[in-house]
Design a protein around this ligand. Structure first.
Ligand code: GDP
Length: 421
């Protein structure tokens, strides 16, 4: 597998049981990127049967096993390459994980495949995932209308699901023209790698062709270092080791860095990745590192590490655009739920609701509304109750994405527009 190809982080989203995992397995299988340990595990079995290759079922068995075991990192990174790209699949085993990972940045997907079962259509989690994808900056959506085998590859059923999805996209102001629709069976393999004879009425792209045609994500190395801290460990022989994933920029040993909002800093002594010391780390790398003079209690999860001369900003207040997904009543000024932004969780007060936005046009629908409720999009001014490092998202970073959680559920999601330090 070549890592020289441009990299894409791909989220596979959709309602439970619509076939996300099966589609991931199918993609790995079709691109001959079945993980090494799966091949090892099934080598004998396959040889016994006298088959050269590995059956799709083997892949699925193994992925299912992995899921049941519950992987240590709460997201299973799977990788495959196509002619154009090297993909890391952000496979989300459970709905709750998906929401959490979208929020904390572990998902950081550039693009997404939305799986909708042809026999079930748009369901609540289809809705919620599309909502979140849009808010959190996913650019392009490929819609796999899956399980076509269960509806006898019927074109009318396919078109009906497309209509439902288009309605949904319109609601969240996704550019419907940018979405691609493909009739698939993850299980049978129709229109995944090869055009299927079962859908003679469809002459569009296969899923792999659509993946190859995705636009290339902008390289995030030009921006200053931004590294939200996920955890802080003490490791004997090394000392304090904060860990996290680099959002933008690069980190080199010898760099002068600061942690915000903890407001401490020093020189990077060592950087470790995959249990090996490295001199330099790049966007997307999960690193542990050690900074001269920093103790375990000086920094915490939710800090953002950046260069001393271009420190991450700390928001006194910030303006944001939010979409209310599900709130049992209404949201008014003064509401103080918990905001989840990158790795931080901080109670924040919505000080004012400045305007209600028409989601289909992006234009102001009402100035200074008294309240907003489920389905509304709005511009708001927010005051964190504790120091919070935040920045508007850019083309290359989703650092300004956040979710608003209350009563054990995600009530809204949004993007930082500007920060007042
Ligand atoms: P997820 O919850 O979205 O990840 O769904 P899974 O991939 O676990 O699939 C749920 C069930 O649907 C499993 O029993 C799959 O075998 C089945 N399934 C997935 N894709 C297809 C398909 O294209 N056709 C049929 N007939 N079944 C499918």
């Amino acid at each position: 597998m070549s890592e020289d190809k441009p990299h894409q982080n791909l989220a596979v989203i959709g309602h439970v049981d619509h076939g996300k995992s099966t589609m991931v397995g199918r993609l790995l299988y079709e691109t001959e990127n079945v993980p090494e340990h799966v091949i090892e595990q099934h080598k004998e079995e396959a040889e016994e049967k006298g088959k050269g290759g590995f059956e799709f079922a083997y892949v699925m068995d193994n992925l299912a096993e992995e899921r049941e075991r519950g992987v240590t990192i709460d997201i299973a990174h799977k990788e495959f390459d196509t002619d154009e790209y090297y993909f890391t699949i952000v496979d989300c085993p459970g709905h709750r994980d998906f929401v959490k990972n979208m929020i904390t940045g572990a998902s950081q997907a550039d693009n997404a495949v939305l799986v909708v079962a042809a026999d079930d259509g748009v369901q609540p989690q289809t809705q919620e995932h599309v909502f979140l994808s849009k808010t959190l900056g996913i650019d392009e959506l490929i819609v796999a209308v899956n399980k076509m085998d269960l509806v006898d590859y019927d074109e009318t059923d396919y078109n009906q699901v497309i209509e439902e999805v288009k309605q949904l996209l319109k609601q969240v102001a996704f550019d419907g023209d940018k979405a691609k629709f493909i009739p698939t069976s993850a299980f049978e393999g129709d229109n995944v790698a090869e055009h299927s004879d079962n859908t003679p009425w469809y002459d569009g792209e296969t899923l792999l062709e659509a993946l190859n045609a995705l636009p290339e994500p902008a390289p995030p190395t030009d921006a200053p270092l931004r590294l939200p801290i996920q955890d802080v460990y003490t490791i004997s022989g090394i000392g304090t080791v904060p860990v996290g994933r680099i959002e933008t920029g690069t980190m080199n040993t010898g760099d002068d860095v600061v942690f915000q909002p903890s407001d401490v800093g020093g020189e990077v002594k060592t950087i470790e990745m995959h249990h090996e010391e490295v001199p330099k780390a790049e966007p997307g790398d999960n690193v542990g590192f050690n900074v001269r003079g920093i103790g375990k209690d000086d920094i915490r999860r939710g800090d953002v590490c950046g260069p001393a001369d271009e420190p991450p900003s700390v928001a006194e207040t910030f303006e944001a655009q939010i979409v209310v997904m599900q709130h049992p009543s209404v949201i008014t000024a003064g509401y103080t739920p918990v905001f989840h932004a990158h790795t931080a969780q901080v109670a924040c007060t919505i000080e004012s609701i400045d305007a209600k936005i028409d989601p289909s046009t992006g234009e102001v629908a009402e100035e200074d509304p008294d309240f907003i409720q489920s389905g509304d999009a709005a511009k708001v001014t927010v005051r964190p109750q504790k120091p919070l490092s935040l920045e508007p998202s850019s083309e290359i970073s989703e650092l300004g994405s956040f979710a608003i959680r209350d009563m054990g559920q995600t009530v809204a999601a949004g993007q930082v527009l500007s920060v007042n330090e």
